[in-house]
Design a protein around this ligand. Sequence first.
Ligand code: PMP
Length: 415
Amino acid sequence: MNAKPSHPSVDFDVQRVRADFPLLARTVHGKPLVYFDNANTSQKPAQVIEAVDRHYREHNANVARAVHQLGEEATAAYESARDKLAAFMNASSRNDVVLTSGTTQSINLVAYSYALPRLQPGDAIVTTVMEHHANIVPWQLVAARSGGKVKPAPIDERGELILEKYFELLTPEVKLACVAHVSNVLGTVNPVREIARECRRRGIPLLVDGSQAMPHRPVDVQALGCDFYAITGHKMLAPTGTGALWAKREHLQSMPPFFGGGEMIREVRFDGSTFAEPPHKFEAGTPNIAGFSGVGAAIDYVQSIGFEAIRAWEHELLTYAIERLCEIPGLRIFGEAAEKEPVISFLIDGAQATDMATLLDLEGIAVRSGHHCAHPLMQYYGVPATLRASLAFYNTHEEIDAFIAALLKVRKLLM
Ligand code: PMP
């Protein structure tokens, strides 16, 4: 059996980082927790938890409505999250960042407000076989309403998009193209710049699902050259119920509001209402103000560590985890793309994914089992489910060793 390299080649003080995440210190079923379900949601550092706590203890008020001090403080924290997100994604303007509850809401906003009004019978939206349902089902819903269709681009056995096929699908009736920046099941990093370039040549706007990219890599929406970029806060250390949609200004200007209500209007009259400018036009109702205070703190935290260090450490962990997993007889990994983030889906011959995950939980190991909201991908591989271990920069070699030991134990029980 391989032992953990006694000197990880990357200089990263993971124990110092772990000390910021209170939950990582807990036990589960009497065993130290090994949290390998980061693609589902990340754990939160104390800095984020405290920002949320501070909001309710010291600043709680509604945003953009009150002129009193608390209202101003709450609005400042909420709007500062927009500033930080805009800088984090290199948006050219904070007004191009719509704050949402997450990627699902961001994509649905584009589906109903951008795509639906443009789709005619026979039109199409291109997506891929490796997408999360959030980047498939909204397109099916608007296609069904408009007589359009959704065309999936295929992948190969390694879990890489077959780019020529994607480009072949970009025919004149296509009104929007979509792709995940990083697959939540395979970890595959898709060549978004190249796809955006081909889409631009054909005058087709591109939406990128960045839900799984943002926690692992710097994102520069301008350099990527896409039209829409959807993100999730809760996968990058921020509270649940937070996310954003970045879009090119011309698109936001042309899109009608999706939700109607308070805060998104200029004037309301029974003979016709007028609406606020983007992004507020798309932010009806009271948002997750405390959550967005946490988003600001999460971005500060990630920046204090730096993506260079995060990426180096995560890639060392990914290489080590794959190496160790390969020691397990009958283990098959799904997703061997040349460029991959630390998400590993796998199965062991003769063992059901859910049985494995249940028994692993008894060993303190949190992994996800199931279809990962990616039915078409499971259909492609001909399996109902996989196990998925997804890592973050606060994970360690020792946790990978504990995971491998638990897998070997559980495998024996199930064989
Ligand atoms: N897209 C991908 C690739 C995802 O992994 C997820 C979350 N599992 C989503 C979309 C949905 O994101 P949210 O939870 O922010 O709605």
